[in-house]
Design a protein around this ligand. Structure first.
Ligand code: ATP
Ligand code: MG
Length: 237
């Protein structure tokens, strides 16, 4: 399911947060979305997944224009996302969170990646713990399980690796790769460049709301403009 972002812009009041952002995500591809804090990554994901609107630009899912559709409508079209803050239904148990996501998805057939993540959670903490007591890394894994309950065709992930231990990182990245191998398109926001280079098929770099580089992971991380954006200095003497 080809996902295409074309000339998207966003202002908050007078503040321009995104300008002329364009890139595509093809089925089965993992696109890394990187950039310094405040670059506009989450804002772009919020627009792409129906949590925020904009009047400028076009986003299409398999050719269908989707700006203005609700998150629920987009979910039914095959899009799922995870949240940077690892948000869950905090007053409910881990199991109840999974059940609620399953109810919303309305389907019984879970992808094998879902079973793997839930099996891991079962071993780690059990499923009856209150969600409010879960550490951030566990919350991100629950968020992943909830997002893939109904096998999405497009998965948008906002810094899912922050706060995860090594086993959790392996599980999460293994699951994402396996989903991609079965045709799911992925946008992965991530600050750890090693993870990005190892996992992504291509990388898009946002800096102050504009795409400053795009391409193969190794080329992008060696790009002078990208290094400058991260260091906040000019490398030209
Ligand atoms: N609702 C809002 N109202 C006003 N400004 C906002 C709003 N949401 C985000 N911003 C601003 O937009 C800019 C981009 O924020 P965004 O959260 O998209 O960045 P990010 O790339 O996800 O950063 P991080 O890596 O820290 O998560 C920031 O300057 C932020 O303060
Ligand atoms: Mg963010």
């Amino acid at each position: 399911m080809t996902f295409s972002i074309h000339n998207v812009a966003k202002n908050f009041g007078g503040l321009s947060v995104l300008t002329d952002v364009s890139f595509d995500v093809d089925p089965g591809r993992i696109v890394g979305l990187i950039g310094p804090n405040g670059a506009g990554k989450t804002t772009l994901l919020n627009i792409a997944s129906g949590y925020l609107g904009t009047r400028t630009g076009t986003i299409t899912l398999e050719g269908r224009r989707i700006i203005g559709r609700s998150p629920a409508q987009l979910h039914r079209l095959g899009m799922s996302r995870t949240f940077q803050d690892g948000r869950l239904f905090d007053s409910q148990s881990l199991r109840r969170n999974l059940d609620l996501a399953a109810q919303i998805s309305g389907r019984r057939d879970r992808p094998e990646e879902y079973e793997r993540v839930v099996g891991f959670l079962q071993e780690r903490s059990g499923l009856d713990v209150p969600a409010a007591n879960l550490p951030h890394g566990t919350r991100m894994l629950v968020g992943l399980a909830m997002a893939i309950t109904r096998r999405p065709r497009l998965l948008l992930m906002d810094e899912p690796l922050a706060g995860l231990d090594q086993d959790e990182v392996s599980l999460l990245l293994g699951s994402v790769r396996s989903l991609a191998a079965s045709g799911v398109g992925v946008i992965l926001i991530e600050h750890n460049i090693d993870h990005v280079v190892r996992t992504c098929d291509s990388v898009v770099v946002l800096d102050r709301g504009t795409v400053i580089a795009e391409g193969a992971p190794h080329d992008v991380v060696a790009d002078t403009a990208v290094i400058e954006a991260y260091l906040g200095v000019s490398l030209h003497a």
